[in-house]
Ligand binder design. Structure first.
Ligand SMILES: [Zn+2]
Length: 247
């Protein structure tokens, strides 16, 4: 392939722009903030499940506590009725008196049991409240971390996108000036060679693969007409001769 030496040099400018664009695109995709945001989202999903579970358990305990307190009220009023009957002197039968006294005792035991259960529930409720408060604190902390990371990501994106847009304009200017066949070869090689399609020959080395050219290849490069498009024998990339080529 033949191409004006000026166009060959322009290819190196294009390569420099493409390399920067590839670096910025890579940076955009691998910003550490993206991992923080994803981890925060996963953590918040888990925490929100924890909140729902704790709230459900607290609701169940509250209902259970109300039920027990109603039972306590019933036992207490029954016992008061029995006490009033005992103290009124209206119960004549000794058997009935004994039954009532027995019932008052057993109601007192029952009330004690129920009150113990209420106390136990209240302790569990306190522990659950504390656990829920801790989960809510974690939610706030993780949300703040996520929001910070999101702000940093957005500002990094804005900076990268502005630079990419500048470089894109620069690239358009360069490609518009290049012959189509040279550009097509460059693009094909760039796609197949890790993003580098053209490299300078500098100090007898191909800057694409860093290999020093064999003397026969150097001779060929030296003797080739300036508009001959050279390719590196090692890596196949377009090899552009420059004043620093060492030929
Ligand atoms: Zn090479």
């Amino acid at each position: 392939m033949k191409a004006d030496p000026e166009d060959q040099l322009r290819l190196l400018d294009l390569q420099a722009v493409d390399t920067v664009m590839a670096q910025r695109t890579y940076r955009r995709r691998t910003l550490p903030e993206l991992a923080i945001i994803a981890e925060s989202a996963a953590r918040l999903a888990t925490l929100s499940g924890d909140v729902v579970r704790a709230q459900t358990e607290i609701g169940d305990l509250s209902r259970e506590q109300r039920r027990l307190e109603l039972d306590v009220d019933q036992v207490r009023s029954r016992s008061e009725r029995d006490q009033q009957r005992l103290e009124s002197g209206s119960v004549g039968s000794p058997k009935e008196l004994e039954r009532l006294q027995h019932e008052v005792q057993s109601l007192a035991r029952r009330q004690g049991d129920l009150e113990d259960q209420v106390l136990e529930l209240m302790e569990r409720r306190e522990a659950l409240d504390a656990a829920l408060a801790a989960v809510n604190e974690s939610v706030q902390r993780v949300t703040a971390d996520r929001d910070d990371a999101t702000a940093r990501r957005d500002s990094a994106f804005a900076e990268i996108d502005a630079e990419l847009s500048d470089r894109e304009a620069e690239r358009d200017g360069l490609t518009a000036a290049l012959p189509a066949d040279l550009l097509a070869l460059y693009e094909r090689l760039r796609a197949g060679s890790g993003g580098t399609g053209a490299a300078a020959l500098r100090q007898r080395r191909c800057e694409g693969c860093r290999m020093e050219l064999a003397s026969t290849d150097l001779n060929r490069a030296r003797n080739a007409p300036p508009d001959e498009v050279l390719r590196c024998e090692e890596c196949g990339r377009i090899l552009v001769r420059t004043p620093e080529s060492g030929l």
